[in-house]
Write a protein of this length. Sequence first.
Length: 268
Amino acid sequence: MRRGRLLLAVGLAAAAAIAVGFFVVGSLGSEEADFLPDLDQAAPGELSGRDGGTPAAPRFYLGFESAAGNVGGGPMAIEGSRADRSKNEMQVVQHISGPDGSTRSVSTDATLTYVRSPDHAHWHMLGFMRYELRGSNGDLVAPDRKTGFCLGDRYRVALPLERTPESPGYPEECGKDEPELLRVQEGISVGYGDDYDAHVEGQEFDVTKLAAGQYQLVHRVNSDRQLEESDYENNASSMAFRLSWPGGRKKSPRVVVLARCPDSATCP
């Protein structure tokens, strides 16, 4: 009986396709054939501590490495532009590759802004990757304070992918030392990833006042879905760690990593 219903459904679908002709076939074909990127958020890594403040009032910072690779069928290609230099931000469009070598451009809500740091200055995409420090019960303890990301091909992902170029397609410059630019291109090629080291440009949390206990560090890439991808299920990852103060609150804390959880915003 189930076989009969299945055959009937297939037959009706075929009839419907014939009735509407090439319109349905062409629409589905072009939509499915686009080479979309797929950002895969790596689990937080490379925890390290940094001391600050004064001997009388010390402060302690927990730094972490972040990374996201493009494991999709096409590059994550973005372009920012502004009409004139009176505007501080550039509006971002995403360029998506088609099977025939064509490219379609999609307007997004994302923006680029010029960020000056102690060691460099260039155009960052705001909100590309976000960080959260949460308690063991999932409650938010601290949000991130990072200013954005300069998208680039900084490392090769371990997964072999068919459309990976032999050499990086996107340099890391992002309009470095050029605040006057009206247009900037950034991106992550297939098979490459973008990462930032611990303590660089907001890659840390102030843990001075945190109580001893278990915490979760959560990383999310493209969390607002401002950019088109083929899969959004792998856009979050997390790490569980335990914080303690064996030498008292004026000595550096001890941090022990308990688990790293790829593709999950919760880490037991």
